[in-house]
Design a protein around this ligand. Structure first.
Ligand SMILES: N[C@@H](CCC(=O)N[C@@H](CSC=O)C(=O)NCC(=O)O)C(=O)O
Length: 278
């Protein structure tokens, strides 16, 4: 693991590292924020998964999470959204290939050799973070848009690894959306039965979640039709799942929206990760 940069931020440290990923078969980059409390002991971790076109950097520089993480004594991890490099397959569209890994393990060529973002986040990077930094085993997860899809699907499938869950304007029903169908067909193939484990609304109906879930959604989101929050609301209702879906009037899909509610989400996770309540 190699340190790329480190900057003091709200009395903690925002660092960026690269490391060789066995799972993705290329070097991967991630950001990690350690709050000041981490100098005196281990702290809980909040994972933030980013959306289409993002790197590890977008949320790290525009999300405004660090001030809240410092206040609540929570570390932040910002993974990349896909493998990158000359060896990695890509598509000219912004929503397939590089920057659009969808947090799944591709089973189809040409994506399969490197697009293994589910295993990368759940297994490889989580183990690396756990072993290399002063963090407890209390991990929460959130994300934005494609990253919200990643946060929801990863947590629902791994309830013992992730103790708290939230999302910002997540893609919640990708198997019925143009932000999902094209990508699942490319990465997973045309057998739609294999898509269900990557659809948060289907997973919620099947598995439920052991705690409560916070979702913030901009009411003026230009991508609302692709996100399909109504599908998750319906699944939560049918499942009688404890969840808070807040339609935030006047907000769009941008990081102006994410940063406006970053503090609420960090507190949501800190309250659950510190007390063990969820
Ligand atoms: N280029 C596309 C949409 C790109 C976009 O809005 N990306 C979002 C995430 S969308 C879902 O995953 C984002 O976070 N962009 C990075 C940023 O810093 O804002 C288009 O313009 O239609």
């Amino acid at each position: 693991m190699q340190l790329v940069s480190r900057n003091r931020c709200f009395e903690g440290d925002q660092a960026v590292y690269t490391h060789g990923s066995d799972v993705c078969g290329v070097d991967m980059t991630f950001g990690i924020y350690l709050p000041p409390q981490a100098r005196n002991g281990s702290v809980p971790v909040l994972w933030y998964l980013s959306g289409l076109t993002c790197t590890h950097e977008n949320a790290m520089t525009k999300g405004g999470f660090q001030e809240h993480a410092a206040k609540h004594g929570v570390a932040l991890v910002f993974p990349d959204t896909s493998p990158r490099g000359e060896a990695v397959a890509d598509d000219e569209a912004y929503d397939l290939g590089v920057g659009a890994g969808f947090y799944l393990n591709a089973t189809q060529d040409p994506w399969k050799p490197h697009f293994q973002m589910y295993d990368y986040v759940v297994n490889e990077l989580r183990a690396l973070i756990q072993g290399a930094f002063p963090v407890t085993e209390n991990h929460g997860i959130t994300g934005h848009s494609m990253g919200g899809h990643g946060a929801l699907t990863i947590a629902l499938r791994n309830p013992t690894l992730f103790k708290s869950l939230s999302a910002f304007s997540p893609i919640v029903n990708p198997s019925q959306s143009d932000w999902g169908r094209k990508q699942f067909s490319a990465y997973l193939g045309d057998d739609e039965a294999t898509w269900a484990q990557h659809d948060a609304s289907i997973l919620l109906g099947e598995l439920g979640w052991h705690g409560d879930i916070l979702i913030d959604q901009g009411a003026d989101d230009q991508f609302m039709d692709l996100l399909r929050p109504q599908a998750f609301a319906e699944a939560a209702t049918l499942r009688r799942q404890s969840a808070v879906l807040r339609m935030q009037g006047g907000y769009d899909h941008s990081y102006f929206f994410v940063s406006s509610f970053a503090g609420d989400h960090v507190k949501w996770h800190a309250d659950r990760l510190r007390t063990g309540l969820h």
